[in-house]
Design a protein around this ligand. Structure first.
Ligand SMILES: [Zn+2]
Length: 172
């Protein structure tokens, strides 16, 4: 999703990560969610084998991370497109901050599950809003002073245009 690339500019710490953003069927009342996938690379070094003929066993297991941000497919219906983009990027900023904060990863058997700790604290909302405003500034849009106002506006627009999702509390 092209809109995610724009949004990632205000999350420079995530530059090297593989992050994909897609529209998908999400649970009711969930506008966006993020899945983490870890691939453990082990066994022999295939490149080394082709280059040198030597089979070298990898001592270290290498973890490859990938994140998939799912945006509720209900939002895809939203018109006009420019309004949808503002809403989607608000959701993306929220999910990207979770990734930056490592809220989704434990790199253990509980992988893929959100950490038990509460993640939606006031600081989270404030930081997320800061990034959203940075993104708006980058696009030449005026800032929104209050984080709650922005959140409520998104919820309201979603509730009005996507009947299936009731706006409030829709973020995962
Ligand atoms: Zn969240």
């Amino acid at each position: 999703m092209e809109w995610a690339f724009e949004c990632r500019k205000v999350f420079p710490r995530l530059d090297k990560l593989a992050i994909e953003a897609i529209y998908a069927k999400t649970p009711k009342n969930v506008l966006g969610r993020t899945k983490g996938i870890v691939q453990v690379c082990q066994g022999f070094d295939a490149r080394e084998l082709l280059l040198t003929g030597a089979k070298k066993n990898r001592s270290n297991k290498k973890l490859e991370e990938k994140f998939i941000i799912e945006i509720s497919q209900e939002i895809q219906k939203m018109q006009p497109k420019e309004m949808r983009k503002l809403v989607v990027q608000h959701i993306l900023a929220h999910e990207l901050l979770h990734i930056e904060n490592r809220d989704l990863l434990t790199l253990s058997k509980k992988y893929n599950k959100r950490k038990v700790k509460k993640v939606h604290k006031k600081e989270f909302e404030e930081e997320m809003h800061k990034r959203y405003n940075e993104l708006r500034k980058m696009k030449g849009l005026p800032e929104i002073k209050n984080a709650k106002d922005a959140q409520n506006a998104v919820s309201k627009i979603v509730a009005e245009t996507c009947g299936a999702i009731k706006g409030k509390g829709g973020f995962a």
